[in-house]
Design a protein around this ligand. Structure first.
Ligand code: NDP
Length: 434
């Protein structure tokens, strides 16, 4: 904290992980040796750079770009790029730190990284977004590579941005390399990658629910956000017979008491992905209640899938969720529950799946995209989906292995943190003090 006093999200992520790890490390002292914990919280490398670009009015804009290369003990750095006005070094360090454990949990050989910019794509034309992406990649390209660092999407970075970034990389590097994932199908993308984080989160929640002989069938599901993760969590939840009662964005929440229909979801996908509109327009179109400035957590639900951003559930929201009968929280977003909220869920002993386990399906499928690129072939939709499903089940299994308590309660936070840590820690110890 003294070294980086203005990085509260990073401190929060580290605190959560170390709270799980400490009792485990005390029992397994080799993990306290060789400065391992001190090294694991320090990025291997941080790159910060100027991103100058020209807007549609001809004015010069200057943003800040970053890539945090956190840990390469088990494979090349891997993690998304976030374009959002709130982006700063502390937020990217928290995301990169989480990514290290998440990637390890997938069982695939991927190290952890994260990057992005404080560029805000809202309201920007396609031309502006392209010029920004080209400028961003003009610097980033010298720091990434198929065996070095393979970025992907995150908030504000979807198929359009990945396309522009890839085009500029190819032009500068003069090679067609698997240097980004989340690519379009026409140029090396994988089927199911757009769906993977949302589907994976629901698959993980299904496994958790099975522990209590429950399922999605007929359950009320509250989802926050209306971007990539939210859309495909909703799609899979509907497919499993659940009633999706909310979607949101930073302006507020749409309450859908009768449950989102597939037709409405298709309308939202077009609104968000093609027309780049606001979720309030969905409420207006279908005459639904719009709760301006509100999150979905006061709406009574059985299952909550927070899928927007970090720290969107505070302790009071968690209390409300539990009081209203919510039995399962699976995090599509990264660190959406703050430390107080996590404490409430664990105390209430509901099923609580932290992001690094529940949303690992996205990066896992990015790993599958890299494998397909390396083999220069494409798997079918069913094949990728089956692999994703199997990976989510295996992550759930690892959480049970390290998180099951004496009374049978599964602390998925401990389970995910310890299971993710062991492989990275073993690799770091074997590679010496580097
Ligand atoms: P998108 O950009 O597609 O969507 C983000 C959604 O969250 C939008 O509805 C956005 O609303 C809302 N949101 C973003 N910031 C805030 C905020 N500060 N307050 C309220 N709402 C906000 O991003 P993704 O769906 O890809 O990512 C969502 C979450 O999932 C993030 O935490 C991300 O790190 C995580 N994640 C994503 C993965 C992926 O594969 N895409 C993989 C693993 C995790 P608005 O438009 O108003 O900003």
């Amino acid at each position: 904290r003294q070294r980086d006093p203005s990085q509260p999200e990073f401190h929060q992520a580290v605190e959560e992980v170390l709270m799980s790890l400490w009792p485990f490390v005390e029992k397994n002292p080799r993990y306290a040796s060789a400065g391992l914990l001190e090294r694991i919280v320090e990025p291997e490398r941080v790159i910060m750079f100027r991103v100058p670009w020209v807007d549609d009015k001809g004015a010069v804009q200057v943003n800040r770009g970053y890539r945090v290369q956190m840990n390469s003990a088990i494979g090349p750095y891997k993690g998304g790029l976030r374009f959002h006005a709130s982006v700063n070094l502390g937020i990217l360090k928290f995301l990169a730190f989480e990514q290290v454990f998440k990637n390890s949990l997938t069982t695939l050989p991927m190290g952890g990284g994260k990057g992005g910019s404080d560029f805000d794509p809202h309201g920007r034309s396609d031309g502006e977004v392209m010029r920004f992406c080209q400028s961003f990649m003009t610097e980033l390209h010298r720091h990434i590579g198929a065996s070095l660092d393979v970025p992907a999407g995150d908030i504000g970075v979807g198929g359009r941005e990945i396309g522009f970034l890839f085009g500029q990389y190819k032009r500068l590097a003069n090679e067609f390399a698997s240097v980004l994932t989340g690519k379009g199908l026409a140029y090396g993308g994988s089927l199911i990658r757009p769906e993977a984080t949302g589907y994976g989160c629901v698959y993980f929640a299904q496994e958790m629910l099975k522990k209590r002989k429950l399922s999605f069938e007929g359950r009320r599901v509250a989802i926050s956000g209306s971007g990539n993760v939210s859309q495909y969590s909703a799609e899979k939840a509907i497919e499993l017979g659940a009633k999706v009662i909310s979607l949101s964005d930073s302006a507020g929440t749409v309450h859908i008491p009768d449950g989102l229909t597939s037709e409405q979801l298709a309308w939202v996908m077009d609104l968000k992905n093609n027309r780049r509109g606001r979720i309030a327009e969905f409420a207006q179109e279908y005459k639904l209640e719009f709760l301006a400035g509100k999150t979905p957590w006061a709406l009574p639900c059985d299952i909550a899938l927070p899928s927007a951003t970090q720290n969107e559930i505070h302790a009071a929201d968690a209390e409300t969720l539990v009081k209203n009968g919510c039995v399962c929280v699976a995090e599509g977003a990264n660190m959406p529950s703050d430390l107080g909220a996590v404490e409430v869920f664990l105390k209430a002993k509901i099923l609580y799946g932290p992001g690094k386990a529940a949303n690992a399906g996205g990066v896992a499928t990015s790993g599958l995209e890299m494998s397909q690129n390396a083999m220069r072939l494409s798997w079918t939709r069913g094949e990728v989906d089956n692999r994703l499903h199997a990976i989510m089940k295996s992550i759930h299994h690892s959480c049970l292995e390290y998180g099951t308590q004496k009374d049978g309660f599964v602390n998925y936070v401990d389970g995910a943190n310890i299971a993710g840590f062991v492989k990275v820690a073993d690799a770091m110890l074997e590679q010496g003090i580097v």
